[in-house]
Design a protein around this ligand. Structure first.
Ligand SMILES: Nc1ncnc2c1ncn2[C@@H]1O[C@H](COP(=O)(O)OP(=O)(O)OP(=O)(O)O)[C@@H](O)[C@H]1O
Length: 677
């Protein structure tokens, strides 16, 4: 892969020819709005005319070379499986083949208006080189040899301030694809940043007059928010320049760690923060980043919406990224659904009570199902603190989508917007039209990765008959040496996670458990122990199904079948990361047939062998219902004989209590009647 890209690149630079040709090829027409770029364009045009006058041949060869460059770039993208929706986008930035190729964005290196410190092009260039040098040093330290395909296209795109919709498999380096540009964009001087027109606001060739006017108005609006016009460029206190959003606290914390790692040694130091209850007041007051403001703020949406209600301003944001965008734009994840869940839960509790009075039932059923997982994630978004939004009950009861709406409307229109996920659904695609402006739409799709699954993961479905068969299967995997730690085991609810933990605790597996029901410290410790290798098997709910990067995980076991293809893709994506191989085993029982077809389909799309009968399974119940998890027996290996014995003992105790009560009340009645007599 490297050699082909290097080869293409070599050819590319040979063909590039002289500097003038490069200028023409890398010229970005979207900058035509600004005076200086008009001047530059005129200069390019004049020189081009002159060359045409002198030799018509030379002009022809220039065009040809441009054409060759375009074709080479297209071939390079194809070889890297980089698919861009609009191949004919004239402003599409070239993909980079190495981190060294990160070049100064066109808006940065122009000698646009000077600020009070009289910045020159040389200053601008050296400030770019300084941040690039720091970032490259950290990349090298982290042993990233070359950019991953999503990084190849995303980094130059975001640096050119184009909005972006990016879809790439799990573990393919999406975080780096937005953290690197965020760090670089945050470093640009205000005078450079705000004196240029963002590429997103450059009207697309097809834009109507009305659209162009609207964009011009947006530009005027964003100018009024321009920090360089409202405060001295040396005092950047209160600025938040990059905003990264993630759906869970675990993921936000991980992104924050990565920001600090990649931004280490940044000139002037890296100022980044994970927004939490403890530091929210500093962030709101604008004192969190000191005089230089904050380069990067990482947060979950609910925490940020709460801060916005309390007066936080996002006027200086230059780039806003939604990681796991399909989750963050989930309109279904809201109040209505929560109400439905509560109703459903009440029903289940009633049912459970009814069943517990029936000894013949096959163990009492767990009251929680996959829907509770959603609640777990909501709990998680609340950061385990009791967020009390000022405006009565709004943010907590808002859907993720509504929260995103509040956030995006607080961010200036000049800010670059980017959506990243391994699973960009059709809904997200259509929502992106209202969020992004003239975006670059990139998908990394190697053969077999259709559906979003990572092709480095070997996937297997394992039939275990009934619920009890699952524990047996786990123990057999261990006995046969097929359980290769580190392993992540997914179950569908907190209770089941806890119960499985109890069952495996003494199996010599160094097991731990993580779910939203545990305290924040317990969760953090569980994650830390797993990262250090002290824990071999981590049992969890879907709390860590998305985004969380436990790099060396060898195996994922779906103890409970996931209820959707998307959850499946994210769960198994915890292994096979950064080019490593991984294995995913999914256990299923007779009760899982309703959801089995969906999972089998995803597996087939990603090139795995699945039995035909699984793909032909008919849906026996309406679509909406089939996406919920089936009711499952408890995870419990106590033999039925012992269970019955325990039940009879309980019954006898209750019976004797009742007898005592009866005799007690009888003797009391007798006493009272004899007294009367
Ligand atoms: N260019 C690179 N070279 C080598 N490793 C890389 C590179 N970029 C990222 N990585 C590593 O790959 C792993 C996965 O990266 P990351 O967490 O960004 O994946 P992701 O695409 O966001 O996955 P998910 O969809 O699960 O969130 C991380 O351990 C990261 O350090």
């Amino acid at each position: 892969m490297l050699s082909s890209s290097a080869k293409l690149n070599k050819q590319k630079s040979k063909k590039r020819g002289n500097q003038r040709q490069q200028e023409i090829v890398h010229h970005h027409p979207q900058e035509d709005d600004s005076d200086s770029s008009v001047e530059d364009d005129n200069a390019v045009a004049a020189s081009s005319m002159a060359s045409r006058d002198r030799t018509g041949k030379r002009d022809l060869s220039q065009n040809k070379q441009q054409q060759i460059q375009v074709e080479l770039m297209a071939a390079f993208r194809r070889s890297m499986h980089i698919k861009v929706a609009d191949k004919h986008d004239p402003h599409l930035p070239n993909a980079i083949a190495s981190f060294d190729e990160i070049k100064i964005p066109s808006w940065w290196n122009r000698d646009r208006g000077h600020d009070e410190r009289n910045d020159t092009n040389a200053d601008a260039l050296s400030s770019f080189q300084a941040i690039k040098h720091a970032v490259l040093h950290n990349i090298e330290k982290g042993r990233w040899k070359e950019p991953t395909p999503i990084q190849m296209q995303s980094i130059p795109t975001l640096l050119e301030r184009r909005d972006l919709l990016a879809c790439a498999p799990t573990g393919s380096g999406k975080s780096g694809a937005f953290i690197l540009p965020a760090l670089i964009l945050s470093h640009a001087a205000n005078c450079l940043y705000y004196n240029s027109t963002p590429s997103n606001n450059a009207p697309a060739a097809s834009s109507s007059k009305k659209q162009k006017k609207k964009l011009q108005k947006q530009q005027v609006d964003s100018d009024s928010l321009d920090p360089s016009k409202s405060q001295s460029s040396t005092n950047r206190q209160g600025e938040i320049r990059s905003l990264l959003l993630a759906p869970s606290r675990e993921l936000a914390a991980q992104l924050h760690r990565e920001v600090d790692r990649l931004g280490m040694g940044k000139p002037g130091g890296i100022s980044s923060l994970l927004l939490m209850k403890a530091n929210a007041s500093h962030v709101i007051a604008g004192t969190a980043g000191g005089k230089s403001g904050l380069d990067v703020l990482v947060t979950t949406p609910l925490r940020l919406v709460d801060a916005l209600h309390k007066g936080l301003r996002l006027d200086a944001v230059r780039i806003v990224v939604l990681d796991e965008a399909d989750r963050l734009l989930d309109a279904a994840d809201g109040k209505q659904q929560r109400d439905d869940k509560k109703k459903q839960k009440k029903k289940e509790i009633k049912e459970e009570k009814r069943q517990s009075s029936n000894p013949s039932s096959d163990g009492s059923s767990t009251s929680k199902d996959s829907e509770d997982e959603e609640e777990e994630e909501e709990e998680d978004d609340e950061d385990d603190d009791n967020v009390q939004p000022q405006s009565s009950g709004s943010s907590q009861t808002q859907t993720f989508l509504a929260q995103m709406d509040s956030i995006l409307s607080a961010v200036p229109t000049s800010a670059v917007r980017a959506l990243f996920s391994a699973t960009v659904t059709q809904t997200v695609k259509s929502l992106s039209h209202s969020i992004l402006r003239n975006p670059v739409d990139v998908t990394i799709a190697s053969p077999g990765s259709a559906g979003g699954a990572n092709t480095d993961i070997e996937q297997e479905l394992m039939f275990v008959g009934r619920e009890e068969g699952k524990l047996l299967a786990m123990r057999q995997l261990k006995l046969r040496g097929q359980l290769k730690p580190p392993v992540i085991v997914f179950v569908q609810s907190q209770e089941r996670a806890q119960a499985l933990f109890g069952e495996l605790l003494y199996d010599g597996l160094h097991v731990d458990v993580i779910h939203a029901g545990r305290s924040r410290t317990a969760r953090d410790n569980a994650v830390a122990r797993f990262r250090k290798g002290e824990t071999w098997v981590l049992i969890c709910t879907d709390l860590v199904a998305r985004g969380v990067d436990f790099r060396a995980v060898n195996m994922v076991i779906n103890y409970d079948l996931p209820t959707s293809g998307i959850t499946y893709v994210h769960r198994i994506g915890r292994c096979g990361r950064a080019g490593r191989k991984g294995k995913a085993i999914t256990l299923f029982t007779e009760a899982d047939f309703d959801n089995l077809r969906t999972i089998a389909n995803v597996m087939k799309q990603s090139g795995c062998k699945v039995e035909d009968w699984m793909l032909q399974l008919k849906k026996s119940i309406p679509k909406k219902k089939s996406s919920s998890a089936p009711r499952r027996s408890n995870i419990d290996t106590t033999p039925t004989y012992d269970k019955k014995k325990r039940f009879h003992k309980r019954q006898m105790i209750q019976e004797s209590k009742r007898k005592k009560q009866r005799t007690g009340s009888y003797s009391k009645d007798q006493r009272e009647s004899s007294d009367k007599r």
